[in-house]
Design a protein around this ligand. Sequence first.
Ligand SMILES: [Zn+2]
Length: 214
Amino acid sequence: MTCPLCKNQESTSFIGINDILFWKCPSCYLIYKDQSFHPTPNEEELRYNHHHNNSECEGYVDSLNQALEPSRNYIDKHMVGLDFGCGPEPVLAKMLEETSAECYHYDPIFFPELPDERLDFVISTETFEHFSHPSQELNLITSLLIPSGILTVMTHRWKDDTNLADWWYMRDQTHVCFFHDKTFEYICKKYGFSTEYDDGDKVIILRKIIAWEK
Ligand SMILES: [Zn+2]
């Protein structure tokens, strides 16, 4: 099976939670769900609408803050950024605009229009695990950023000691790919980023260090 991120062709399969077929790439360590188990676009939309994530939901705001707080060290008032994969309500963009920078929002289902200017930063929370085509999404994100632009990603990473037969993060039907520390090492190398901050678990902040063209 060909890895949808690094294109290595030697992924090995395993049966995970709920008898779902997963693949693991030996090169970039991405774990991805077999296409036959991916949700349909309808199922995806239903699921996101049921998330009920909005600014009144305290748990959700707390969770966004875990990505936003460390990102603030790299963002100032004059910058323009994007909340990539905001879901049905652009909560993070609002939180950011209340105190600092201008922030667009984008979501392939709910707000499919991208800004037509290059961005100082992109923040993507609980989105990378939904990517069916991670190499395409990373091409897109990288092309949106100015050189030296900042990319914050929040997605739970799997570890060498994660029990892949019973990991809660794999239980969500719409979660289709799972990143490891080594996956981010690959992303940095391939797309020209360096790591600025890493909480060791789910929030990582990267800086684009080279001019990169598709
Ligand atoms: Zn790979």
